[in-house]
Design a protein. Structure first.
Length: 197
């Protein structure tokens, strides 16, 4: 991927996989990029996902240009090689303002990526702060930049978070685990129905 994007050797890649829409918070990742680049000049933000609103993409491109990070921001659109992209990135960033389950976040964790995500919706049920990922308040540019810089500064910590993320996702979302949880729900409903009869 570094060759395809013409990135310098030794670049840091921040990857976001989500549709390009206001909800996904990519605007705040772009706004955090100048502060990250002060410490790590060869950092690139790579966005992968469908563009729902062309005007919003234009707004993001204009924001990147106005902040002087247009050369360090890539919008790749829809891709079929996401597993390869996940293997190449240094950090997965998921700065959603609000969120359902966040399937791409779970996929990134399952791939062993260190992830920085926002404290939005059920994301807090998937990531344990500092254990298998890093959480920041939604729309908090400074907190996002600080978290990214902290993790870029420590490859060992990124590796540990990624390994813990993969293990956590396997435990939470493995089909056997999900089946056991569903069985528990059914048994609780049956017990309740029997005691009420």
């Amino acid at each position: 991927m570094i060759e395809e994007l013409s990135l310098p050797e030794g670049s840091f890649i921040l990857l976001n996989v989500a549709r390009v829409s206001p909800q996904k918070g990519l605007l705040y990742a772009i706004r955090a990029l100048p502060a990250v680049r002060e410490k790590y000049p060869e950092t690139y933000l790579v966005s992968v996902g469908d563009t729902v609103d062309r005007r919003w993409l234009s707004r993001l491109e204009a924001e990147a240009a106005s902040l002087g990070v247009a050369r360090h921001t890539r919008f790749l659109g829809v891709r079929r090689d996401i597993p390869d992209l996940l293997r190449c990135c240094d950090l997965f960033v998921f700065p959603s303002l609000y969120e359902g389950l966040g399937i791409s976040l779970i996929e990134a964790m399952a791939s062993g990526c260190a992830c920085v995500a926002s404290l939005a919706g059920p994301i807090t049920e998937v990531i344990r702060q500092g254990v298998d990922g890093w959480l920041v308040p939604p729309a908090d540019v400074r907190a996002l930049a600080d978290a990214v810089c902290l993790l870029l500064s420590d490859g060992g910590r990124r590796k540990r978070l990624g390994e813990a993320a993969a293990k956590s996702v396997r435990a939470q979302f493995h089909p056997e685990t999900a089946a056991r949880k569903l069985e528990d729900v059914y048994e609780a409903v049956l017990r309740s129905a029997r005691s009420g009869a």
